[in-house]
Design a protein around this ligand. Sequence first.
Ligand code: AMP
Ligand code: MG
Length: 485
Amino acid sequence: MTLAETPNYKNSSNPFLSLNYESALESLGDDYYDEVAAEEFPQHLLRWRNDALLPRLGLDPQVVKDEDFITAFGKFQGRKPLLALRYHGYQFGEYNRQLGDGRGFLYGQVRATDGELYDFGTKGSGRTPYSRGGDGMLTLKGGMREVLAAEALHHLGVRTSRCLSMIETGLPLWRGDEPSPTRSCVMIRMSSSHIRFGTFERLHFFQRPDLTKKLLDHVIEQYYQHLSAEQDKYALFYAELVKRVAELVAQWMAAGFCHAVLNTDNMSITGESFDYGPYAFIPTYDPSFIAAYFDYSGRYCYGNQPIICQLNLEMLQEPLKAIIDKSEMEAGLAMFAEYYQAEYSSLMLKKLGFEDLPHPEARKLLNLTVEFLKDSQVGYHQFFYEMARTFSSKWRDEPGFVMNNSDIVPVPGASGIFDDWCILYHKILNDFDSIRTDVIAQTLAAHNPKTALLRPVIESIWEAIAQEENWQPFYELVQAIQSRK
Ligand code: AMP
Ligand code: MG
């Protein structure tokens, strides 16, 4: 098939300009956005292209040229309208109406090969009516950090947006949290939606239940399609959102991820994780771990994430109550803890090597694991990776063999909790005839990659770029993450 015959290439030699764009959000009318123009940058250096996403767009990575990325996602040639989305939000508990896309816009919405609608949203594409005092830009380090977070989370099984491209744009930026001037980039984020809890909060603020209903119908139609024919679709939507968010937080917690800025403008109405700023993966299990230097009270610390997301869901009831019965939403929200626990237990047990364990043993093992990780402060990711690396069927023989070859706890017996943990793990291996050690080894390997995106790792990657203009460690890290090494 020649290029001209390929359906996706119908109007343009640039495959990105001929994707199956739909004007789903645009067709709702301009109550929800402002049309904006992109910044014209002095430079366009393609630093990252996510070829792994291209087949989902019906594109062959071999065919898509670097220049195609640059003209579409750096120069923004050939697509209009570009829409800065309007939203408000609760930031650290305070209502903020000075929000909205201040350094990004909705570039387009594309129907992918999986049948789902995806947003291409920019970050760092210039000023908009919502920029306030900001420059509308994204630092190269910030872009690189978001690329890495999204890839790492995706490959750890977290439902997340991903980055399609990152282009360095040649502007010097001044930032309080980076040595300045620092470098700039523009990033494309592919996500299920950029409609946020805060998008609804803004409509409530302006007392527009009509616009709330229109948006909610759109959300159900596009992202909760299976509910659209149901009579009580609104209550069912809220109940499912609760489930999606509860499961998402459980995925973060098991991955050891602290999002850091769980304001309601960073909560997607589809229950997907997105917008990675000062996030961190926890070095050790510490519920009070704070990732954002400006989170003085620890509101968004690692251990608070479930309760904060539950609270954000509760606050969302305020704008939605114009459409959905309050008592039905309360019933929906009452399920949060149960959904959270079920997902968290299931994911943690997989990290411990078990696809399934009879209930009392599962709870005991999980509790003891968390107690040990908290008490010992051994590396969170390292502990599970060491389990995967050193697991052997000999662990069945006696408790002293459990993890005895690992780097983590070289002196078994140093910790009473660790001894208890080894005894319990050994007991579980022996209690269930059906347990196959080869399956445990596979499960451990599948859920505990060696590569962990800890802060020192990211910093060293950035140092190589900033000091030596060496991008190789960055590409190698992404490669390791994507191949789950
Ligand atoms: P964030 O912390 O990235 O979720 O952003 C919070 C709000 O600040 C959003 O309305 C952003 O669009 C806006 N914002 C963040 N950084 C900038 C910037 N450099 N220029 C303009 N607006 C920004
Ligand atoms: Mg944000």
